[in-house]
Design a protein around this ligand. Structure first.
Ligand code: NAP
Length: 246
């Protein structure tokens, strides 16, 4: 991956899982990071794992005014924003639609979809000035369906529609917008991992052509590729990183 050394990258949801692994990857490539997450403990740990010398503050992406304030603070502190990794999200819990509450619906929409909108809107002037890029996190459930995951599917299909429209709008300004769609990844809130049973993990492994779950580092590598110079003709792409689910 070339072209990321010295670039300023804002990451959301970087206090755990895929966001944290991506922060570590980008730190290794010489980027300057704005590490954000709703969890104070999460960002402190990620900051430490990234050498301790980056910007790191809490940010709840579902609160638009907080997003705008934080983005202004990041630009004041780091001078620019080149790339954004919209990773913050709530992984799904399986519910038959009849059991889905309005509260659950609103929460998933507010974080998984509106969060991507708010962060994109607030950062757009800066990323446009830098002619940088966005990588937004959808899911394999953003390109296919899963019974009992209707609301999560709606948010993650929404991320893809939003990203493709943004790619058309920002492409002429020299900004690329791409999507990574992970399959089952070994993070603390993955549905199978969260169940905490061997059976749940085995079920996920059996559902995969490679016979295993993916790692956060395997997603981070693709995110860094999408931001870097090697992907400079990729815009509006959705990269499925799922080991081919059956
Ligand atoms: P994770 O380990 O739970 O990390 C997600 C991080 O986002 C957590 O630190 C969480 O903080 C934070 N967060 C939650 N709500 C937030 C908010 N309102 N504002 C800012 N940060 C917030 O999960 P992950 O598996 O790495 O998930 C990262 C992204 O990948 C999500 O968008 C997820 O839907 C997507 N994804 C994951 C998988 C998978 O199998 N793991 C598959 C497909 C897609 P708290 O822990 O304090 O809530």
């Amino acid at each position: 991956m070339t072209g990321l050394s010295g670039k300023v990258v804002l990451l959301t949801g970087a206090g755990s899982g895929i966001g944290r692994a991506t922060a570590i990857k980008l730190h290794g490539l010489g980027a300057t990071l704005a590490i954000t997450d709703v969890s104070q403990e999460g960002i402190s740990q990620t900051l430490e794992l990234c050498g301790g010398k980056h910007y790191a503050q809490t940010l709840d992406v579902s609160k638009q005014q907080d997003v705008e304030n934080r983005v202004a603070e990041i630009v004041a502190s780091l001078g620019r924003i080149d790339h954004v990794f919209n990773c913050a999200g709530i992984n799904p819990t399986a519910f038959p639609l009849t059991d889905v509450s309005e509260e659950y619906y609103d929460k998933l929409m507010a974080v998984n979809l509106k969060g991507v909108f708010s962060v994109t809107k607030a950062t757009m002037p800066h990323v446009t000035t830098s002619r940088g890029s966005y990588v937004n996190v959808s899911s394999i459930l953003g390109v296919r369906a899963g019974a009992e995951y209707a609301i999560y599917c709606a948010t993650k299909w929404g991320v893809i529609g939003f990203s493709k429209a943004m790619a058309l709008e920002l492409g002429p300004k020299g900004v690329r917008v791409n999507v990574v769609a992970p399959g089952y990844i070994t993070t603390p809130t993955n549905a199978g991992v969260a169940k905490g049973t061997d059976d749940a993990i085995k079920e996920m492994e059996r559902a995969n052509s490679l016979g295993r779950m993916g790692t956060p580092e395997e997603i981070a590598a693709v995110v860094a590729f999408l931001m870097g110079d090697e992907a400079k003709y990729m815009n509006g792409s959705v990269v499925e990183v799922d080991g081919m689910m059956k």
